[in-house]
Design a protein. Structure first.
Lengths: 249, 246
């Protein structure tokens, strides 16, 4: 479980996060949604510890992450898998070396154990056979899959995904979404997904938090989101004229 | 104030870079890779430049001291001392600041803007130590080798200009480079080069590591890294020369 309490973050006196509190359940896909520039990525990066918040608390189970020193944070980070918007694969390393990287740096496994784990992770995300390719030789969807394989290499307890299907076609996007959901259930992880893609919301959103102008504006499930009266959320969810007509019917 | 903040941030980055690495086997492997990337791959540029500069210094020295009262071997002495005291350490360092410094800054800058450094950090890996420390060790150990190479090739360039260009008899040149030789000059050149290697790597890493923005900013930081490294090399040259040769 990850919990954030009363988070504030500002740049040049302007609040990007304004008193955001939320609880992200274990074994579920927790979605943070909102318009571009609403503060989703800042929230996710704050949760990952990549940004320091001005005020507030971030809890990973019983650990108050936001108030830990660097060494203690490192321990929790080793239980964290993060999927970045652009995949953030290491350009100079092959697919296999990318997945090997966390195993090499943070475990004392022998060569065979590492290789078995790499192959398991790559098979799990269905990119086996591309071990010797470099990230530049992969398609967008494959990069995301390899990034997921790297993120799960250490059996993380927490999976944070920043717009996992951005730049992908809707079909590939859904495949990536479903993969995230399957892995969340399989490894019983606490998963947080940042998205502004309604396909993702309706496909995997067990719990959804809507961020609007830096504030948490709504919270619910994917069933509830279609019936809400929240105006800002309705404008976001039913953005097209066609969707608005369907909603009104 | 901004300059002070930058200096402070530079030293904080150095502190992180010099903290205990995650695994020494990984540090060793990375250092070997960096030696190849920053050192061995610079062989050709150092050889080409040193060869021609050695030849040119020989011709120019001969042109300037064409006096029947001065012995020919003095040209060899001048070329040797020019290479040992200044060219093979400082000038080669300035060239390497352009080649290696810009490469380091743009590599780290691209890693920053594509979130690769963030990816390391969230894994719980000290990215500064993983990325910067091997580069430091590799350059501090390998640039002195390049300096030695430059001295040898520069002298060879001078010799060839004597043989091919008929500047002075080659035997006089050989006599000159041996005359009054002080081995201390070599350790002086190597010491300076090690300092320059540290400046080039740390300053370029600093500018690359803290890039904010996109490709344009990466390019700017790369240019800034070369300019700042070059200025610091020249300042360090003055300080080291005053300190070591006093």
């Amino acid at each position: 479980m990850i919990e954030v309490k009363n988070l504030y973050k500002s740049y040049d006196g302007e609040f990007v996060l304004n008193d955001v509190s939320a609880r992200f359940e274990q074994g579920k896909c927790n979605l943070i949604i909102g318009r571009s520039g609403s503060g989703k990525t800042v929230l996710l990066k704050s949760i990952a510890g990549l940004l320091e918040v001005d005020e507030g608390e971030i809890w990973y189970n019983d650990h108050k992450f936001s108030h830990l020193d660097t060494n203690a944070k490192q321990h929790i980070r080793k239980e964290m898998g993060v999927l970045f918007q652009g995949a953030a694969l290491f350009d100079s390393l092959t697919v296999e070396e990318n997945v090997l990287f966390p195993l090499d740096m943070l475990t004392s496994q022998n060569k065979k154990e590492k290789l078995d784990r790499i192959n398991f992770c790559l098979e799990r995300v269905k990119v086996s056979g591309s071990n010797s390719l470099y990230p530049a030789e992969l398609s967008g969807g494959m990069r995301k899959r390899v990034a997921i394989a790297r993120a799960i290499a250490l059996n993380p307890r927490y999976l944070l995904c920043d717009e996992p299907n951005s730049g992908l076609d809707p079909e590939t996007g859904i495949v990536i979404d479903n993969l995230i959901r399957e892995l969340t259930e399989e490894f019983n992880m606490t998963t947080i997904v940042n998205s502004h893609d309604m396909n993702s919301v309706l496909e995997i959103g067990d719990k959804i938090i809507f961020i609007y102008q830096g504030c948490k504006c709504w919270e619910g499930t994917r069933q509830e989101i279609l019936q809400t009266n929240n105006e800002a959320l309705n404008n976001f969810v039913f953005a097209t004229n066609m969707a608005k007509q369907i909603k009104n019917q | 104030m901004k300059l002070l903040a930058q200096i402070g941030r530079y030293f904080l980055l150095m502190k992180r870079a010099f903290s205990r690495p995650e695994k020494f086997s990984v540090l060793y492997r990375q250092t070997m890779r960096e030696m190849e990337k920053t050192g061995i791959n610079s062989f050709s540029i150092v050889v080409i430049i040193s060869l021609f500069v050695g030849a040119v210094i020989t011709i120019q020295t001969n042109y300037n001291i064409e006096n029947p009262l001065l012995p020919n071997y003095l040209i060899g002495v001048t070329v040797r001392d020019s290479l040992l005291l200044e060219f093979s350490s400082t000038m080669v360092a300035l060239i390497l600041a352009g080649k290696v410094g810009s490469s380091i800054a743009s590599e780290l800058g691209m890693m920053r803007v594509t979130e690769q450094i963030d990816a390391m950090e969230v894994m719980g890996i000290n990215s500064a130590s993983y990325l910067i420390l091997p580069k430091m060790i590799a350059t501090v150990l390998f640039f002195p080798v390049l300096c030695l190479l430059s001295i040898i090739v520069g002298l060879a360039g001078g010799y060839f200009s004597c043989v091919l260009g008929d500047v002075i008899p080659p035997s006089d040149f050989i006599e000159g480079i041996q005359y009054g030789f002080r081995p201390y000059y070599i350790s002086y050149a190597l010491t300076k080069t090690a300092f320059y290697a540290f400046i080039i790597t740390s300053v370029s890493s600093y500018f690359g590591y803290y890039v904010v923005g996109g490709a344009v900013e990466v390019g700017k930081s790369s240019t800034r890294a070369v300019v700042q490294s070059s200025i610091l090399i020249l300042m360090a040259n003055l300080i080291l020369t005053r300190t070591i040769l006093q």
